[in-house]
Design a protein around this ligand. Structure first.
Ligand SMILES: [Zn+2]
Length: 197
């Protein structure tokens, strides 16, 4: 399982060129390092501004920022999240729900916890306890799940280890005109194949 911090817009009405604009913002803030390929997609090492704009919650950050120089070793370690790096998803046509295996969000109607609920095609989540359906963002995820059309991922970050800084969030919110949230999920690599991406 690969640990990651997911930053995501909380609104669904988003500019079509969002991934490009997010990449531009990361570049502007000196957050992007060298680009490298993993399984046919481009990922990015962290740049010199990284420690200014991502807050670490422990003491001195213990997170490897260096990648192996051999391409095969780098791709393998990237899949496992053994060093910290960026991945941007495409802008999906419909919201996607991503969550940690331990996610048990609370239903907004009855407040009971439901283990790994499923997203219905209409963007709602059904509560088996009370029978209500509610929009996925209304559930209380406790930062172990997120429903969004785009994700800016920081791989190699475990739950609660780091948070996006205020300037980064403000920059992202400036692009989309909506609030951004973040969550921590562990997911298997490679990710399930993505027919829209
Ligand atoms: Zn319920």
């Amino acid at each position: 399982m690969t640990p990651r911090l997911l930053c995501h817009p909380q609104g669904f009405d988003l500019p079509a060129d969002l991934p490009t604009r997010v990449l531009g913002l990361l570049e502007e803030m000196d957050l992007l390092g060298t680009a490298f390929p993993v399984d046919g997609e481009v990922r990015y090492l962290t740049g010199p501004g990284f420690l200014d704009h991502v807050g670490f919650l422990g003491c001195a950050p213990d997170i490897p920022l260096e990648a192996p120089s051999r391409p095969e070793a780098r791709a393998r370690d990237a899949r496992l999240g053994r060093f910290c790096h960026w991945r941007l998803t495409p802008l999906y046509p419909a919201p996607r729900l991503r969550m940690d295996p331990l996610a048990a969000p609370r239903c907004p109607a009855c407040t009971r916890a439901v283990a790994r609920p499923r997203l219905r095609p209409d963007g709602q989540v059904h509560c088996p306890a009370c029978g209500m359906v509610s929009p996925a963002p209304d559930w209380r995820w406790k930062q172990l799940g997120a429903c969004a059309r785009f994700f800016l991922e920081l791989l190699g970050i475990h739950t609660g280890e780091a948070v996006p800084g205020e300037a980064l969030l403000a920059g992202l919110e400036g692009i989309t005109g909506c609030r951004w949230g973040f969550a921590y999920v562990r997911e298997a690599e490679p990710l399930p194949c993505d027919p829209c991406g």
